[in-house]
Write a protein that binds this ligand. Structure first.
Ligand code: COA
Length: 436
């Protein structure tokens, strides 16, 4: 039977579906590039009828009308990540940032914190298969847990979404179904600068054959992935699956053969890239999407042999503490899965966690290796969890090192113009003897 016939009582328009949302309700959107455009748009259209609706969302991908000032009083925002599209609304005080909870714990938090326990989940899925099961497409991440926890679900069925295996959604669980084709959010790629290329070369030298990798998005992870073309039998267990991973699969470098958990399969919570990438993962059994409380659970990650995580940060202090989230004492981004993956790599036999960064910011006027963080800046990864720090000047291996060895290793990979002042500060702080 045609699925439209089976679910005809639930199928409606976006406007009718969101008309059931009431003032004071809490609404969670599917994560990041999975946000359902038709439902978000329909909700925004209704703003004048609504007061104090809490919208819980991730790294907002789109035009983000809902963050504009004119919706104040109608919509209140709790953001799980501060990204380029939500930063100004956050700085203007219109967004509460949800800090202080590891990403893999968010599903538990949605269930247990009454302020985050949603009345509604607005999700986006593929059309159902012959068993009435839909795929979450490019983001299962916290979308599946949102649907699991919310009292009611509105599902946008988008025929363009890639069908990815892993955790699926039973269409019968939706309260309202809106069939609407919307363009998928795509993530572009940037060409690496010379500096980024150098960092990528050092990072790639740390990745061993047979390792299972985690990489994020952006020019640096992309350059690192391009540098892995001569490795053998890599596996993937990564919060984000990227287009560069598709190329490594096509080149026969990623085989997932040596994985000790989920062998043969790339595991991810979300997949971000071009339409070509989405086409590649559509019904491709080599890619599986799972919720974030599975993919980012350090004890799951750590079951992989040689799990190698590579992430970036904003600054590192001379103790090896890593700040990936704050600039000038204000939240700049979010923790994402960084700490989860660092800790997973630490648990893994033969695992490595790598934090890679440019040695400077703002045309070499700021050293990203600092003696200590300024007041208000926070530690995302503590010195107890840090393993390798990489800049364009080399690799600092910090695991099992003394405080003096850490400071010396970090000064050696700082930009040369800051090394003397860092050394002087390290001596003043008692990290390195004054006589050294
Ligand atoms: N002081 C002041 N400004 C700084 C700075 C510092 N120490 N470090 C960077 N900046 C500025 C840069 O100059 C740049 O500004 P511009 O946009 O005006 O040029 C901006 O901050 C971004 O810096 P950049 O180094 O280009 O950052 P990025 O885009 O590579 O992102 C993180 C780096 C840390 C923000 C990003 O990786 C992140 O959010 N990480 C946390 C989450 C995570 O790791 N997710 C993946 C795990 S699955």
């Amino acid at each position: 039977m045609d699925w439209h016939e089976a679910y005809k009582e639930k199928i409606t328009t976006a406007a009718e579906a969101v008309s059931h949302i009431q003032s004071g309700d809490k609404v969670i959107f599917a994560d990041w590039i999975g946000e359902p455009p038709a439902l978000v748009e329909a909700l925004v259209q209704r703003y004048e009828e609504l007061e104090n609706v809490t919208i819980i969302h991730g790294m907002s991908p789109g035009p983000n009308k809902y963050l504009e000032e004119k919706y104040t009083g109608h919509f209140h925002h709790i953001s799980l990540f501060i990204g380029p599209n939500s930063r100004s609304a956050y700085l203007a005080g219109r967004v509460d940032y949800l800090g202080g909870t590891n990403f893999h714990n968010w599903p538990d938090m949605f269930a247990k914190n009454p302020d985050l326990n949603p009345h509604w989940a607005l999700i986006q899925v593929t059309p159902p298969d012959e068993n009435g099961m839909c795929s979450f497409g490019n983001t299962c991440c916290f979308t599946e847990p949102a649907a699991r926890t919310a009292k009611r679900i509105i599902a946008q069925v988008n025929p363009d979404m890639p069908f990815t295996g892993g955790r699926l959604f039973k269409l019968a669980d939706a309260d309202y179904i809106v069939e609407e084709r919307s363009p998928l959010y795509v993530i572009g790629r940037a060409e690496p600068s010379e500096k980024i290329q150098k960092i990528a070369d050092y990072c790639a030298s740390l990745v061993e054959d047979g390792a299972t990798i985690q990489l994020g998005i952006g020019a640096l992870p992309d350059a690192i992935a391009r540098n892995l073309m001569n490795k053998k039998d890599l596996g993937v267990h990564s919060e984000t699956l990227t287009e560069a991973m598709m190329e490594l699969v096509q080149a026969g470098v990623i085989t997932n053969k040596k994985k000790t958990i989920n062998p043969g399969v790339c595991i991810g919570a979300q997949a971000a890239g071009s339409l070509e990438f989405y086409k590649f993962i559509d019904h491709n059994p080599m890619f599986q999407m799972q919720p974030v409380d599975y993919v980012n659970d350090p004890y799951i990650i750590g079951q992989n042999y040689k799990q190698t995580s590579i992430n970036s940060c904003l600054e590192v202090d001379l103790q090896g503490q890593v700040n990936s989230e704050t600039v000038n004492g204000r939240q700049y981004s979010g923790i994402g899965g960084q700490l989860d993956h660092v800790r997973g790599a630490q648990i893994s036999e033969g695992g490595k966690s790598i934090i890679a960064l440019n040695s400077t910011a703002k045309n070499d006027t700021i050293s990203k290796i600092v003696p200590y963080f300024q007041p208000g800046n926070i530690t995302t990864v503590s010195r107890y969890d840090v393993d390798y720090i990489v800049t364009e000047y080399g690799i600092a291996e910090l695991r099992y090192k003394t405080v003096r060895q850490r400071a010396e290793a970090l000064i050696a990979i700082a930009h040369p113009k800051y090394r003397d002042s860092l050394l002087a500060k390290a001596k003043e702080m008692g990290l390195i003897p004054v006589t050294a």
